[in-house]
Design a protein around this ligand. Structure first.
Ligand SMILES: C[S@@+](CC[C@H](N)C(=O)[O-])C[C@H]1O[C@@H](n2cnc3c(N)ncnc32)[C@H](O)[C@@H]1O
Length: 258
């Protein structure tokens, strides 16, 4: 274990390592587990199977505080010409473990990889947002520019009702509206040696949406440390777990230098 100020990093199997984390102590999990065997993480995803993720989800439920959130970013592989459906099974399992499926969000990647034979381009991944009861921290991002910004009306329309400010009897359309639950974010250039880094913006925006300063953020599949870096930059505490020593060292350096 490596502890520095408000950052705790553990090199090992998350199923084992989560035992070091106190019950009801985590505010937010932002993670992307190994996607079946879609990718090889230095050969370390061999231990990934249904029993592992089932046990892990049960443990994470116990570690998360009441009102805490878990963002689980997942994708399926193709087996015998059909998708594995593992991401759905994980979502249903998380619900049976006690989580509320608060939102099913989509990460839309504008620059996809080449499609497999007979299929459309695969451009998205699921971002399941689970909560332990009602989320206690909700800071939904408002950055969708309103075309009718500044116009005044006393007519309420469903689409922008929440973004109007009352001005006497009339209402002014605010400059920005709440974001959609489909997020368009390209992977960008991967500056690390890790094969599946997710965008910093994606980790950043989930951290802002579902936690507050001083909260504890956990990533049990830390990879190159994207969640950790953005948690630190946003003044959250961070606990990261990574099985592979090489990736662990990449994450440690990246978080320390941020
Ligand atoms: C999809 S990647 C995460 C990438 C990360 N979000 C990033 O931006 O770099 C999954 C990571 O989980 C790690 N991993 C696989 N099995 C693990 C386990 N049992 N315990 C901890 N980490 C594991 C892999 O080595 C890999 O780095």
């Amino acid at each position: 274990m490596n502890k520095q100020d408000d950052v705790i990093l553990m090199n090992g199997d998350c199923l084992e390592m989560v035992r070091n984390i106190g019950k009801d102590s985590v505010d937010l999990v932002v993670t992307s587990p190994p996607y079946s065997d879609l990718r090889s993480y230095n050969g370390n995803n061999k231990q990934w199977n249904e029993q592992v993720w089932q046990n892990l989800i049960l443990s994470l439920y116990r570690k998360i505080k009441k009102g805490g959130v878990m963002v689980w970013i997942a994708q399926d592989k193709c087996i015998n010409g059909g998708e594995s459906g593992e991401s759905f099974r994980q979502a249903l399992w998380a619900m049976s473990a006690g989580f509320k499926l608060y939102d099913t969000m989509i990460w839309n990647k504008p620059s996809p990889q080449a499609p497999t034979e007979g299929r459309y381009y695969d451009v998205f991944e699921y971002m399941f947002v689970f909560s332990k009861g009602k989320p206690k921290s909700l800071n939904l991002l408002k950055d969708r520019k309103n075309k009718s910004f500044g116009s005044v009306s006393n007519k309420e329309t469903r689409s922008c009702r929440e973004d109007r400010k009352l001005t006497g009897e009339k209402r002014t359309v605010a400059e920005f509206s709440r974001r959609f639950n489909v997020w368009d974010m390209s992977r960008g250039r991967n500056k690390t040696k890790h094969p599946a880094v997710f965008p910093e913006q994606l980790a950043n925006d989930h951290i802002l949406s579902w936690s507050n300063e001083g909260d504890v953020v956990l990533d049990p599949f830390m990879g190159s440390g994207t969640t950790g870096k953005m948690a630190k930059l946003n003044n959250r505490k961070f606990i990261g777990i990574e099985l592979d020593k090489e990736y662990f060292n990449i994450a440690k350096k990246r978080i320390e230098e941020s």
